[in-house]
Write a protein that binds this ligand. Sequence first.
Ligand code: COA
Length: 131
Amino acid sequence: MEKLGTKDKIMGFGHRVYKKGDSRVPVMREIGRDLGKRTGKEQWVPICEKLEEVMDREKHLCANVDLYAAPVFWMLGFPAELNTPLFAASRVAGWCAHVTEQHDHNRLIRPRSLYVGHKLRPYPGSTGKGA
Ligand SMILES: CC(C)(COP(=O)(O)OP(=O)(O)OC[C@H]1O[C@@H](n2cnc3c(N)ncnc32)[C@H](O)[C@@H]1OP(=O)(O)O)[C@@H](O)C(=O)NCCC(=O)NCCS
């Protein structure tokens, strides 16, 4: 509440595109709940749920995937200062694709963009049956 009073941004809430809710949140919340049971750290998901309730009440803002990714990484044993590097590492391939596409068309790529590439392609070295 103090942070909201000083107009600070609360990490893990809001998104430029997912204004009505981030579809990755329910998935990450359940991973957090499951990990909580397995590691004996069941407090994190209820804490995040309380934060969601307060942010909805005070700002009508929804959680983004990072709200639950933070306790998930923590329960997996990653120190908090690795949150941003992990976030970045998982996106490097996508960012490189965006750079290439932007060089081609000078359009900023947002998640709303429609994928028009190949459908299923075999993973190198696989039997070719799966995606
Ligand atoms: C992602 C983000 C940059 C989107 O910002 P945005 O496009 O300006 O968001 P909105 O237009 O929906 O903001 C509406 C209002 O809520 C405020 N707001 C947005 N996110 C907020 C947050 N996390 N905490 C507090 N207030 C927030 C905005 O300042 C704005 O207030 P105003 O109307 O008084 O100016 C922003 O939500 C943010 O910085 N979130 C925290 C960081 C984070 O979790 N990033 C990871 C995203 S995957």
